[in-house]
Design a binder for this molecule. Structure first.
Ligand code: 4NP
Length: 156
């Protein structure tokens, strides 16, 4: 099993969007039995909450399933359990690297690092910008690249 965890700040806007989009791509590739896909936030404000209405709407508009997703906070154990821990921005990445112990073999990188020659490195936070469309486009493109990358690396 390849375990992939998407991480943002609140786990209500960007990382649940990435989780849902990536899951759809894995299902479309017929590979859902080979993956565990989850998301979490570095902050604790929204634990137990459903994704933001803006994320739910853009997912629905694009026919991406968002059932059963509830916010949770990232924990130290996640760094040991997951193989790929995908941060949305530099702040998330910094916090994850602080949590990462020597016993973690996870690949911890930013999502947009998987896009060759990406124009920006951080996924903008739509909680503050209100622009969920821009984020959807970026996350969609990056998830394609991420899945291709993982399949190659894991020989899947
Ligand atoms: P996210 O967006 O990290 O993409 O889920 C945010 C959601 C909530 C907050 C910040 C960012 N907040 O400060 O409550």
């Amino acid at each position: 099993m390849v375990k992939v965890l998407f991480v943002c700040l609140g786990n209500i806007c960007r990382s649940p969007m990435a989780e849902a989009i990536f899951r759809k791509k894995v299902v479309e590739a017929g590979m859902e039995k080979s993956f565990v896909i989850d998301s979490a936030g570095t902050g604790d404000w929204h634990i137990g909450k459903r994704p933001h209405d803006g994320t739910l709407k853009i997912l629905k508009d694009n026919k991406v399933d968002s059932t059963n997703m509830l916010a949770r906070q990232v924990k130290k154990e996640d760094l040991k359990q997951f193989d790929y821990i995908i941060a949305m921005d530099a702040e998330n990445l910094g916090n994850l690297n602080k949590m990462k112990g020597k016993d973690s073999a996870a690949e911890v990188r930013r999502l947009l690092d998987y896009i060759p020659e990406a124009k920006i490195v951080d996924v903008p936070d739509p909680y503050f910008t209100g622009n969920f469309e821009e984020v959807y486009e970026l996350v969609e493109e990056a998830c394609n690249e991420l899945l291709t990358y993982i399949r190659k690396k894991q020989s899947l």
